[in-house]
Design a protein around this ligand. Structure first.
Ligand SMILES: Cc1cc2nc3c(=O)[nH]c(=O)nc-3n(C[C@H](O)[C@H](O)[C@H](O)COP(=O)(O)OP(=O)(O)OC[C@H]3O[C@@H](n4cnc5c(N)ncnc54)[C@H](O)[C@@H]3O)c2cc1C
Length: 324
């Protein structure tokens, strides 16, 4: 199976989700044979490109034309489908990030390929080609078969491990034959989320709800997050009333995350909130109401007032960090 992987970068550094995608592809190639080709789009330094070899990329195609200086789904999907045709790819792997969501369906349409988004399993190939994805806001799984000869999978970030598998990939500079005037859309402005750690990539997330009472109390959430090296998130009403930016809103209508640890503080645990966080590996809920629905979804719960509990947790986390 010849596999193309979109190796997405931000400011010239590959995202963690890109290494997950390369590792995922390398495991499929190990099981079924074939080459893994990582596609880098935009300017990335040679030593950064070589990092893709650490996780099993056999080859790297590097698209560096000026048209790729800014992300557009249109141009990036053209580069990826160009790469797929160049390598005779059977399978295209894209991480289901914001950019991946814009690119994957376009690539599938250009290649006449069947596509599954939000994949959470390795392909099952004993009888056709099937993968699992979550449905009904994470309450159930669907197993989806792809029947086309070329297949596109967008895999859920944080669902697959990064696996070291050192290779010495060849690097080829590519020309997709695209100029800026060929692209109908243009990125006018990129507004970055203010958090230090991108929420979708974070392994630890500290999240606050209306129980935090107001933005003036968010220093408690931020201090705990900083101490743990976590990203910050919030419930929908918190971003609706502008206590926090919308980029932090998780849930059915916000971002879906899958960290190793999700700490929910003063959040009731409404089904719409849980839809975005219930796949977290470990959930800790802190709520003063013992009947709060979050306790049913949580692995650990603390019944208590956030304003009494949080300073103690912060103190313990700081002591733990300085001792380790
Ligand atoms: C179509 C639709 C889509 C939606 N999408 C989303 C979504 O994507 N994400 C989302 O989050 N919501 C979403 N909602 C809203 C959702 O239904 C809930 O209203 C929302 O999640 C509640 O937010 P909250 O838990 O912060 O606030 P509340 O429901 O007000 O809960 C506050 C919690 O804090 C606790 N608390 C209060 N004081 C303290 C204290 N001092 N210490 C500890 N605990 C305390 C309370 O016991 C309570 O459990 C959606 C709703 C609809 C209808």
């Amino acid at each position: 199976m010849n596999i193309i992987v979109f190796a997405e970068n931000q400011d010239g550094a590959f995202k963690k989700s890109s290494f997950e995608a390369v590792s995922y592809a390398a495991q499929i190639a190990a099981a079924h044979g074939g080459q893994v080709t990582a596609v880098s789009i935009g300017t990335v330094a040679a030593e950064k490109l070589a990092e893709l070899g650490n996780y099993g990329a056999d080859a790297i195609l590097n698209y560096t034309d000026a048209v790729f200086n800014q992300f557009t789904g249109e141009a990036y999907s053209k580069a990826l489908s160009h790469a797929a045709k160049n390598k005779g790819a059977d399978l295209i792997i894209i991480s289901n990030t914001y950019s991946g969501k814009m690119v994957a369906p376009r690539v599938a349409a250009k290649l006449n390929a069947g596509m599954v988004s939000g994949v959470i399993s390795m392909p099952e190939t004993s009888n056709g080609f099937k993968v699992k994805r979550m449905v009904f806001s994470g309450k159930s799984f669907a197993e989806v078969a792809i029947n086309t000869s070329i297949k596109v999978l967008s895999i859920t970030p944080n669902s697959f491990s990064i696996v070291e598998n050192p290779k010495s990939p060849s690097v080829e500079t590519m020309d997709a034959g695209l100029s800026t005037s060929d692209v109908k859309t243009q990125t006018i402005e990129v507004a970055r989320a203010t958090g230090k750690i991108p929420l979708t990539e974070a392994e630890l997330v500290v999240s606050g709800g209306r129980g935090m009472k107001g933005p003036e109390n968010w220093h408690l959430i931020e201090t705990l997050a900083d101490t743990l090296g976590a990203a910050t998130a919030c419930s929908k009403p918190v971003s609706d009333i502008h206590w926090r930016p919308h980029s932090e809103h998780v849930g059915q209508t916000g971002i879906t995350i899958k960290p190793n640890l999700y700490i929910a503080i003063g959040i009731s645990g409404a089904i719409q909130h849980l839809a975005g966080v219930s796949s977290s590996k470990v959930i800790v809920a802190i709520n003063k109401d013992p009947e709060a629905p979050f306790f049913k979804a949580a692995d650990y719960g603390i019944v208590g007032d956030a304003f009494e509990v949080l300073p103690k947790i912060i103190e313990a986390a700081k002591a733990f960090k300085s001792a380790s």
